[in-house]
Each structure stands twice: as C-alpha cells, then as structure tokens.
Ligand binder design. Structure first.
Ligand SMILES: [Zn+2]
Length: 93
C-alpha cells in the first residue's frame, strides 16, 4: 500500500472508469502498460528483410493485448489519495 505518487501519474492521462452498482467500492483506472511503455508492441529482435535491409521486428505486447494500457482496480480510499496527489501536482506545475 506504500506506492509512490509517481506510479499514479499516468492514470489521469490514460483514462478513468468508475464501477457503478453493487457493493464493491472500487474504481477501475487505466495506466500505461509497463511491459511495453504504452507502445502496444515490443521489439523481439533484429531481422533482415528480403531486400537485405535490417529492421527491428516487433510483436504485439501480450501483457496488455496490444492496447498499450493496463487496468487496475483500486479502492476508494486509495483513489481519493490519488486525486489529492494529482491536484497537488497540478498546483505545482
Ligand atoms: Zn503492453
């Protein structure tokens, strides 16, 4: 539970979804996929094309299924702290 504020930073840039109904006080947030840094594709190595040119081959990131984003569920207490952190961040910049 002691994650740094920096780890929340991509959340408000990527998007936000609130779960409605039920008894779960959870909020779903989207963050940048850390495996591919939001690129959705990751390099798998160098290849040579039929024309002899070298290029870096990419494959779809299977951590985020090629979306470049990851979803997380956070409870409302944690979400409130995130909002505070974002507000402070925006005041400082
Ligand atoms: Zn990814």
């Amino acid at each position: 539970m002691c994650r740094s504020i920096a780890s929340y930073e991509p959340a408000h840039k990527a998007g936000l979804f609130v779960l409605k109904g039920g008894t779960m006080n959870k909020v779903q947030i989207l963050t940048i996929c850390q495996a591919c840094s939001g690129q959705a594709y990751v390099p798998v190595g160098e290849e040579v094309s039929p024309t002899g040119a070298k290029y870096i081959r990419h494959r779809r990131c299977f951590f985020c299924d090629g979306t470049g984003k990851q979803t997380h569920w956070v409870d409302l207490d944690e979400f409130a702290r995130m909002l505070t952190a974002i507000a402070v961040e925006e005041q400082e910049t």
